[in-house]
Design a protein around this ligand. Structure first.
Ligand code: AMP
Ligand code: ZN
Length: 508
């Protein structure tokens, strides 16, 4: 099955057909760098990282543009006029661009810690003032914008009459006009729903630029239209962002694009859903936001301990990107165990290890029971092949993970002689290894971070101790087996006897 994506614009799943295959243009709204991103923001960026990784894995050549909003929004969530960058600057008594730099560096560190691949272009709003001014000039020329006292507004009603406004968010213009309260520029705008393209700056406003209309600064929505057009063209493939950006941000983007060049920008609009913690949307304004690094070091009253970045990524992937995700401690603990299980399975298979240990040779392949072999082998091959089918169904990562779990259960059972290795061809072992490797590392961007089966010296040494303990137990020498376990606990290592007879370890 070819890749299909859910397009928020048409509200249906559509076959993904890039405009200039094999090239794909992907634009994702990036962070506002006036404070640390929280784990909700992280979910959105990790979701698009998975999408970018899968497109690349599928053979597309992706130009991935994710902007940095560093010019300061005009409005906060409640529509009050504030410049976020300056509000933070006053609080911390430093220059706005210092805030921008501090949080941009921090954002990159977090993205790196969570193993996201950097976008291929990361343009900043302040670096594209000229392009934004040019777009405003075109909108003025085309009659979709008007000037009042050095500020420029987008004329939504006029635009709606010609092109229709609200298709993405499914909102009706009359209801919007009646109910919309955007206090910013209310004395100047023709309609409450009009939005600022350019705002005249008061003298004390630090971030301001020269323009044909005097000194001012751009409206927030404009930067994404200007930068996506510049780097991806008037029409490009995918535009992404969090669900909360659909309106007004993305709706305004479409209007600006169509108003300036008659093309709406992206062909497919992909929206990630919100992250909740303990049932409540994570947001700075609600005060329940946990910072990504707090998750890693466990330094937050809502957490029981720290979790490796891959555990959080894995937890995100266990839900579809477009579904709301509520996380809690139990979910984190389960994700940690689940990820461990998959990593263990991969380590057992790696480099043909499991096949070798079970002596899967052409010779014994000939001697297998054809009936069992067919059933078992076909089942495992299907589990592997279906991963691609699920990914092609709008990046259905939870279904892929369900298959990876089934594959790993088989691996553990084969390893422990609960099912005969001779039922499978060597090629099937290789396929399982490749499937786990491709999806865990390349597509999902996970790492074997907190693993007890890593191919490292500590693990090798511990396997020796685990084996000695097993032998002591077999001889009913419980004094020795307990001493091994207890002394390891003193050194901060916990052994755990798994149901399948294996012994895992973790640091405590
Ligand atoms: P911001 O820096 O606030 O512009 O947000 C960056 C990205 O994170 C945007 O795509 C938002 O839609 C997204 N976002 C904000 N809050 C959440 C949340 N609780 N869960 C998931 N994504 C979010
Ligand atoms: Zn944007």
């Amino acid at each position: 099955m070819a890749l299909h994506v859910y397009n928020s614009l048409t509200r249906q799943k559509e076959k993904f057909e890039p405009i200039h295959a094999p090239h794909v243009g992907l634009y994702v709204c990036g962070p506002t760098v006036y404070s640390e991103p929280h784990v909700g923001n992280l979910r959105t960026f990790c979701s698009f990282d998975m999408i970018y990784r899968y497109l690349t894995y599928s053979g597309y050549k992706v130009r991935y543009v994710r902007n940095i909003t560093d010019a300061g929004h005009l409005t906060n969530e409640r529509g009050e006029g504030v410049n976020r960058m300056e509000a933070a600057a006053k609080l911390e008594s430093i220059e706005p661009m210092e805030i921008v730099q501090k949080y941009t560096v921090s954002f990159h560190r977090i993205m790196d810690a969570f193993n996201t691949i950097p976008p291929t272009i990361e343009p900043t709003a302040t670096g594209h003032i000229i392009e934004q001014i040019e777009m405003i000039e075109t909108l003025l020329k085309n009659g979709f914008a008007y000037e009042v006292n050095g500020s420029i507004y987008f004329d939504v009603k006029k635009y709606n009459a010609e092109h229709g406004y609200g298709a993405l968010s499914g909102r009706n213009i009359d209801e919007l006009i009646a109910g919309y309260r955007d206090l910013d520029g209310q004395d100047e705008k023709r309609n409450s729903i009009d939005f600022a393209l350019w705002k005249k700056a008061s003298p004390e406003h630090i971030m301001q630029w020269n323009s044909p209309w005097g000194k001012g600064f751009p409206g927030w929505h404009l930067e994404c239209s200007a930068m996506s057009t510049k780097y991806l063209g008037e029409t490009f493939d995918i535009h992404g962002g969090g669900m909360d950006l659909k309106f007004p941000h993305h709706e305004c983007e479409i209007a600006q694009n169509v108003g300036s060049c008659n093309h709406g920008g992206a062909k497919y609009w992909l929206h990630t859903n919100m992250l909740n913690f303990n049932g409540q949307k994570m947001s700075k304004s609600l005060g329940n936001s946990i910072l990504p690094m707090e998750f890693v070091n466990g330094n937050h009253p809502l957490l029981d301990k720290g979790y490796a970045p891959s555990v959080l990524r894995f937890l995100f992937l266990q839900s579809h990107y477009s579904a709301e995700l509520d996380i809690n401690i139990k979910g984190l603990q389960d994700a940690e165990k689940g990820l461990q299980k998959l990593m263990n399975a991969y380590e057992f298979l790696k480099g043909g290890k499991l096949a070798d240990s079970k002596v899967i040779t052409l010779e014994n392949e000939k001697n297998r029971n054809p009936l069992l072999q067919n059933l078992a082998d076909i089942e495992l091959n299907k589990l592997c092949d279906d991963c691609e089918k699920f990914m092609n169904d709008d990046f259905n990562t939870p279904m892929v993970i369900a298959n990876l779990f089934e594959i790993s259960s088989k691996v553990h059972a084969i390893k422990n002689n609960q099912i005969p290795a001779a039922n499978y061809f060597r090629a099937t072992f290789e396929k399982m290894e490749k499937t786990l490797e491709d999806y865990l590392f390349d597509v999902f961007g996970l790492k074997n971070e907190n693993t007890n089966a890593g191919n490292n010296k500590l693990d090798d040494a511990l396997q020796v101790l685990i084996q000695l303990r097993k032998e002591a137990k077999a001889k009913r020498d419980f004094a020795t087996s307990d001493a091994i376990r207890n002394q390891l606990v003193e050194k901060g290592i916990q052994l755990k006897d798994e149901k399948d007879g294996t012994v895992s370890w973790s640091t405590i």
